[in-house]
Write a new protein. Sequence first.
Length: 405
Amino acid sequence: MSIAHSQRNTFLGLYRALELQLRRDPGLPARLEAALRRERRFGSRDRRLYRELFYTAVRHLPWVEGADDDRLVGIVAALAAESPATSGFRAAFARPELAAAMDRTLLLPAWFRDECPAAFERPLFDVLQARTPLWLRIRPGAEARVRGEFERLGWTATASGALAGAWRLDVEADVTRTESATAGLVEVQDLGSQMILEAVAPQPGGRWLDACAGAGGKTLQLADLLGEGTVIDAVDVRPEVLDELERRARRAGVEVVGPDEEVGTEQPDGRAPGARVRVGNLGSGYDGVLVDAPCSGSGTWRRAPHLKWTSNPGWIRQCAERQSAVLADSAQRVRPGGVLVYATCSLCRSENEAVVEAFLAANPSFVPVPLAKTFGFAAGPGWLTIEPSRHDTDGFFVAQFRRSI
């Protein structure tokens, strides 16, 4: 049996084993990774191949549902990204004429048209069918060291023209294993995600709350932006992700203090300390509160295409209700004159503009604040949709308010 035919059989086995979960399980990636781990004969190149083939099928699910093996393989081979890992499979099995005959409008769920009409028009429609590149955030002052290591490894990276310190990695590689990552000089963070806080341009210093901190990507970016004298309280309803946040903060050289530890704005010698993160502390009277709210993830469909098919209008409504509750609670923790930032990785109006409009109607003490940067996007009065096709990113939304009393 040829290598290509062996790859065909392995792909079909993986796909058919998970086929019934494709429209049911938001945790599908974990199922795939478990299946790949069970195949001890696989190397990293094999895993890259089967991930690409599997997610190509998922991305184009309405085109391959119910297809026999030959048709499924022919469409997937034609649409899989060209790479050293996929080249043999594509050469052996690609049938581009099958893909060319399909209805492209099926590649987004019909209900999504009401939430994001622009997604059904070019160029956004086309971009949403392609995988997002890997974006990196390079810590301030670390560019030369990181570039040097990448050159030694034979890697290339392209700096974003929209945001300093944001690089697109142009090779398939595990950046987390580099010396730069181990030293906390580089973080994996989508360019659109980086734009959220850059759009807000928070004033240095003060006390901030990251109310939905997760594993800490924006917490660490906030620490870099706010600098000396800043205290950032980071909380999340999932204690296990806060452990990861603490680990990442220490790796990045950001001081981590306990939830009950008092922190001042000066050291004994009068100098301002660097930014510090206090994990698990939830207070009030903050200069700024960031609500990076749990959401449907519709802005991440490029890298998580299974979410297109497991999401539905009922789930979007549940997300919006939860977001409104988190935003209302967080608003109470902002001092008069302080800033409240609301963000999602969603392109759904129900989770973005609708949540903001309802919040402003119910909270007249908060007013929209124009964003410092808009990166070429059309901005609303204090809010912005980061649309994927302009800068080759995931999709995000950010809004900023100031508390008057």
